[in-house]
Design a protein around this ligand. Structure first.
Ligand SMILES: NC(=O)c1ccc[n+]([C@@H]2O[C@H](COP(=O)([O-])OP(=O)(O)OC[C@H]3O[C@@H](n4cnc5c(N)ncnc54)[C@H](OP(=O)(O)O)[C@@H]3O)[C@@H](O)[C@H]2O)c1
Length: 291
């Protein structure tokens, strides 16, 4: 008898009203055969959805079913991942899961991956501008895990402090520091002594003006993730990919975007290798390092 390999099913749990088209296209391009997309997913609905995933196929076939958590809210995404972990623990059954709310983990991993090509990130003094958004938080987390000293910038310092707290709860002793970026007068001070800056601010917002960069001597690598003009770091072009400008290696959003896409596709494909992987910031960064 011919035993057919089960089709690869990806269950997309999106916390936004409409399941992300972007994430759906990447899923198909990563070799998924069947994509079940659920929008507006609330934490209280997750148990029934996950039971449907784990109680249908035989244990040997469960590696062909996986769950992707997306949507713009990384806090709810993390909450859903926590619920899923609990269900796996209670039932002793699992499928692989990936968390990438707002492209946060894949984009942050791509940014840090770019930095690794030019500097020893573990000993770097980094500044994350827009560090309270989904992408910035994840970039800070990944860098902190390497041992880097990470300043997290926000226009409201309590927001940056909350992110530092969240990182310290995951990485005891993490070298993270909240800094205010409320006014342009803050710029030179927060940039002082930093060799790496990642700008993960909202689309269309300038976070690092040229005149502040011009006063700084320490910066070696600058990565801007905003593709919508005006860019986040003035002077960087969106297509920059390891372009040296004023003694600093620069990356723009599109320059990082190709790596982000590769990481995203590799992470989806990796889930179908076994039924027990949880891909969050750290695991996705590991995938990025191996590409
Ligand atoms: N290249 C890629 O492949 C890729 C993929 C995904 C996302 N992205 C880009 O990555 C960036 C970060 O994404 P995200 O979703 O994490 O961003 P986000 O949540 O929209 O914004 C990040 C932070 O920017 C700050 N901010 C908002 N409006 C601002 C303004 N007018 N001026 C200064 N700061 C402002 C806010 O921090 P505070 O309020 O705390 O100051 C916010 O938490 C975006 O530009 C996004 O388009 C790129």
């Amino acid at each position: 008898m011919h035993i057919m390999e089960k089709s690869k099913i990806l269950i997309q749990l999106d916390t936004d009203a409409q399941p992300s088209v972007f994430d759906r296209v990447v899923a198909i391009d990563s070799g998924v055969d069947q994509l079940f997309s659920y929008g507006n997913v609330k934490p209280e609905q997750v148990e029934a959805l996950v039971h449907g995933a784990i109680f249908t196929r035989s244990p040997a076939d469960l590696k062909n079913t996986a769950i992707f958590i997306g949507g713009s809210d990384i806090t709810i995404g993390e909450q859903i991942l926590g619920i899923i972990r609990g269900i796996f623990k209670n039932t002793g059954m699992s499928v692989s899961v990936m968390l990438d709310s707002n492209g946060s983990n894949t984009t942050a991993a791509a940014a840090v991956r770019a930095a690794v090509r030019h500097t020893d990130v573990a000993s770097s003094h980094a500044l994350i501008l827009g560090g309270t958004g989904p992408v910035g938080q994840r970039a800070a987390l990944i860098l902190a895990r390497t041992g880097a000293h990470v300043r997290i910038g926000s226009r409201q310092i309590p927001r940056a402090e909350a992110i530092c707290q969240a990182i310290r709860s995951k990485i005891p002793g993490a070298n993270v520091e909240a800094v205010s970026t409320a006014s342009s007068a803050d710029g030179p001070k927060v940039l002082e002594g930093r060799d790496l800056v990642i700008a993960a601010g909202a689309a269309g917002a300038v976070l690092l003006p040229q005149k502040i960069r011009a006063t700084n001597q320490s910066l070696r690598v600058a990565i801007d993730l905003n593709a919508v003009p005006p860019v986040g770091i003035e002077g960087i072009e969106i297509f920059d990919k390891a372009v040296t400008r004023d003694n600093t290696v620069c990356y723009g959003a599109i320059g990082v975007g190709g790596t982000k896409m590769k990481i995203h596709r590799a992470a989806i494909a990796k889930m179908f290798e076994s039924n027990d992987q949880i891909l969050d910031a750290e695991e996705i960064y590991d995938i990025a390092l191996r590409l």
